[in-house]
Each structure stands twice: as structure tokens, then as C-alpha cells.
Design a protein around this ligand. Sequence first.
Ligand code: ADP
Length: 710
Amino acid sequence: MRPSDYATIKHKFLHLLHQTAWQKPMAATDLQNLDAHAGELEYLRAAHYLTLHLGTLLELKPLAKALAQMLAELSGVERVLVLVVERDNDMLRYAGGYGLGELRAEQALYPFTERANVIEAWHKGEDVVLQPNQMPIRLADLVGQPCLSIGFFVQDVLQGAAFLVNPADGKLPEAQTRRLLQALVPTVAIAMRNAREHSVMTETLANKMQEHQMLRRIDRDLLDTIELDSVFTMTLDWAMRFTTAQAATLALYDQEADSLYGYVDLGYVLSPEQVQALRADHDGSIAHRVARSGRAEIVPDVSFDAAYIPLSDRMKSHISVPIMREDRVIGVISVESRRLDGFNEDHLEFIQKLASRAGVAIDNAKLYTDTRREREKLSRILSNTADVVMVIGAEGNIGLINQSALSVFHLTPDISYIGLPFEDVFANSDLLKLFQRARKLGGTTVGELTTTDERTFSVNLSHNDSIGWIVVMHDITPLKETDQLKTELVHTVSHDLKQPLSIMNGYVELLLMQEKLDAMGVNWVGMIQKSIHKMRQLIDDILDLARYESGVALETRPTSITSVIAESIAEIAPAAEQKHTRIINEVDSDVPMVDGDGPRLTQVFTNLIGNAVKYSPNESEVHVSAQRKDAMLRITVRDNGFGIAPEDQARIFDRFFRVRRPETREIEGTGLGLAIVKKLVEAHGGEIGVDSHLGEGTAFYITLPLAEAN
Ligand code: ADP
């Protein structure tokens, strides 16, 4: 080494010493000695570069290892242990060493706070010779001989310490070397502090990441789970994992009764019965206190808490966090650790996050359980009801079928019909025909059905976007029987009424043939005749309505509306001719067939066209037209007659309602025609509507379902 090199190294080293917070400058003589001894300069050069190198090490372990090696090389000792102060603790823990061979030093600790005089000496910049018997056993084993200890401080905070020893002969470094070592302390201390801060930072970051990942998994797991028990167990498992605790409990809280229930315990050795007995013996618990107050609690040492229930004598600290839903406490999560002071703010925060997730999951699970219970209730009601109830999904598969349905349709109860196509299960049945018709029409369809065992059901098929088709069938056999009686009665009575009328009519006609009657007599007899006709009309209408109101038994088939209209017009033609009114048939010959009962439809249109002629002045025009509209045919009967006032329009379909206006007063009628028409149209699955303006005319619209092939 050339002299100029020595000068550079010396300069650098002195510069380094001045840069640091070295409080104890070297004596001038020492510095002169440095010049004198090239060997020492060599030594300083090495020390200088090594300290610079230390400053670049950010990780604690590599730093400790490098430091140990450097100290060993600089001091000539065989073994060096570097210990650093544990985070939030009063222990120095082994971080790196040199010359340990196969020895394991990870467990070596030095409780520095218990050695005030050592700390004080270190703080003053003195090294301290420690005897093995002054150390905890593990450290003493590694040291074996009296060792030289140096403490590293940044300002007043101890960062770590180094223990230098020659295990073979216990020889310690010379005073000179020790002084030189002391010169390195401030730089090493700063490097150590940086590395410690770095490790705290990376640890916090790693914890945060771990916490984040845990919460994400928890969210996913809890969302997937609807069984309360597994929600509880999972929550506890996560709480224990994060806090590295040994046991945990989750309990639900009934605020009204002020009691905890539904305990789930994890990590205790006792049997559930033993745990239950222990809890029963105590009036309260920390969890109960937390449930009442709604405030989380960390109990660092359970032996000082009178409310603590020891489910295991090994547990030392406890944390309880309330599970809240909308300002109400619905449960408590408690976690216990074997360590004293085993929980910190991070743990509290995490368990709180866990509790809020558990709250949502408990709600979901409760909701699910409630829904399931409701469903079971509903299904019990459905299976006990006498009505047939079925649900057919949008794809045409059976979604629900109750007990009554099975027995009414003689379906074997051994098979599950859920999911089977409705069309297969009910192939060739009248119910299937009704369903197909309902499907074509949409909305709600009402029909009647007679089963093979002669029972009559009223069938209601309604569509719901989210459910599909709901079929409800109610047994109306008794009603039908009563109705039959009524019909028979009406028939007999009307027959009995009609017969004398016919006789009266016969004699009146005979009377008219008599030439003895004068003009006035002829007029009177004519009036009797008119009244007889009116009465007969009334009896016919009453009979019709009675029949239709008790449910029209339609015989529907593809029917040509063209011929229905033509027939109806032909029937009205004489009356129209009398009034010089033109009936204009605008129905195209190729309009699609409707699904209808021909004679009934003729009755409908005869009535409507008849009214149009009847309620129009002489020489009017009546137009009949038809257009297809989706699955329906819309037929319009329009006149330019007297029209109907808006307030009357709503009532014209009522039985016996007749508009009372001067221009129609003379017109005869029973007020039953439109009531019959409406019943018939609706029985076809169609609708009727009116558009009318007083003095301008009236249009009646009717829709009828198209026949299948259309
Ligand atoms: P009616 O036997 O009286 O004709 P309807 O039930 O057929 O009984 O009709 C009820 C009432 O509706 C009639 O009395 C009449 O006032 C009114 N009405 C029916 N059709 C028409 C029409 N085309 N123009 C004007 N009014 C009508």
C-alpha cells in the first residue's frame, strides 16, 4: 500500500467519524498512532468499507450477519452474536451471527430492560463484559465464556447489541481494539435502525396484504354459505388465524331477553356440555358485557377481569367484538389467546371487519332459513288444499304439483313430476287443451273441465312473468248440480210460461180473422199481439242469460267468421230493409278462422248488427269489418246512428240496462242483449269494447282467438 493511499483512507475514516454522532472523539495521540501504524490503517480501511457496506443492507437478517462477520474480523474473536430489539417488546432477539457453526441461535433472547446498569453503560458508549450466568440459558449456552457486549443506540433508543466471545479460551479483545470498535457504533446503530424500520414496514405491508386477501376470501366464502353453523365456524376460524389465537366463540344476542344463545366454540378441549355447564354457573361474561354495551373490548390479562369465564385455564388474554346490524347488537365474537396481552389494535380492527361480514352473512342465512320455512309452510298448505294447484315454468315443465292434482288426475304419487314436460304428463287431456289455449291468449284464462269421474272443475290459468303459468282448479261439482236444478227450473217455468203465451197468440190470431172487429178492436188485438211477442222475447233472453251465466258449455272449433257474419246479416236483413238501412259487409273472405262456437257467435253478431240497425235512424249504414291482430281477430260493427252518451257506455253491458233518451224511447228491447253478448265473447277468451259519440254513431269491437292452424 502506497503512502498516499494511507492518507486517503485516514481522511475518509476521520470524515466518517465526524459525520456520525460520535460523542467521544479519539484522543489526539490515538490519531497520531494511526499515522504511525500502517497495520492499523489497513484495519481502519477495512472497517470503513464494511460500515459503508452495512448502510446499504436494508434487511435486518443480512445486516446482522454482515455486522457479526465484520465485528469478528475487526476484533479477532471467534464468535459474534448480533441481537436486535423486538418490535414493541423489551427483549433483544438473535438476528444474525458469526462463528456459530452448527449451533442454532434463533431462540436466544436477552431481556435488556431487566439490566439497567448494562443499558446505561452501553448508552454511555462503553462496552460491558457479561458473564454467562448473567444471561438467559439459551444465550449463555451460545456464549460459554465471558463476552464483550456493545449496545447500539440512535439517540436514546436502543436498536440492538453485539456479543463478542472466544468460546475456546474466553480471551477478550484488547482495549485498543475495543476503542476502535466503539468508533463504529453510531453508523452501525443507524444502519440497524433503518433495517428495523424497513422490516416493520415490510411486515406491516405483508400483514395488510394478508388481511386484504383474507377478507376477500371471507367475503367469497361467507357469500357462498347459507347455513348458519358454517358461517359461525368459518368466522371463528378466520379470527383465530389472523390473531394467531387458540380459541374462539361466536354467540348470538337476543336484545329483548338480554341473553346470548346459539354458542359456537372452537379450540376448547371441553365438551359442549361442560362448556354449557360452566357458562350456566356464571351470571355474566365479557361477551355479555360487550353485547350490552355494543363496544369491543380487549382484555390483556383475563385474571384481572371478574366477568371472565375460564373455558380453559391456559387462556391469558381475550378480545370480544360485537356483531352489529343497523345499530343493534345481534351477536358477539370472542377470541382468546394463551399469550398475555395477545391482542392489539390490528387484531381488533380485523375482527371488527370480520364481525360486520358475519352480520351480513347471519342476516342472509336467517333470511334463507326464514324463506325455507315459509316455503315449507306454503308447500304444506298447498298439499293440504282441496284445490288443484300446479305451476308450469316458462319452458313448459312442471314446477309444482300438489297432492290434489295427483289424485284428481290419477297420477301415481311414486314419481316426481317436477321438471317433466306438462304436455307429456297431461297428454291428450282437456286440461292440456285449455293450457294451450291460455298460452295462445296470454293473461288469464278461465275454463271448465270435467274429469273422467264426472267431477266438474273451474280452471283458472294465469300467467306470471317470473313464475310461468299457475293452474288452479276448484271443484264446482256441487255448484253444477245446483245449477243444473236451476236450469231445469228455469226451463220448466219458461216452458210453462211460453205455452200459455202460444195459446194466447193462437187465439189472438183467430180473433184477427173475425170480421166482426172494428178498427179499434183490430188495433187493441194488435197491441195484445205485440205484448205477447215482447214477453216471449224476454223469456228467451232470460233463458239464454241464465244458461250463459252458469258457464257456457262452448263447442269450439275452427270457425269461419265470414259465414258467421253473413248468417247474422241475413237474419237482420228483413228488419234492415224495413228501415231502408244498408248493411255493408266488409269482411274479407280470406280472414283467418277463429276458435269459436258457430251458433253462439252468430247470436253475438245478430245482436250487435241488430242493435246497430235498431239504434240508427232510417236510411242509415251499418259496416261490419274484420282484421287480424296478433293471435286474435278483431271484428268491428259500426253504425252512424244515435250513439251512446259516455256515462251510459259503462252500463250498457249490465243486465236490463236500457238507455233512456227521447230518440230511443220508442225502440223496444229487454236490456239483456249486450249482457248475453259480453258473456259469450268472454267465454270464447275474447273481449268486447265500445266507441261511441252521441249523435254520430257507435262502433262495437270484438276480439276472438284465432284457430290453432293460424
Ligand atoms: P236492448 O234489448 O235494449 O237492445 P241491449 O243490451 O242490446 O238491450 O242494449 C243495451 C242498451 O244499449 C240499449 O238499450 C241501447 O240503449 C244501447 N245500445 C246498444 N247498441 C247500441 C247502438 N248500436 N247504438 C246506440 N245504442 C245502443
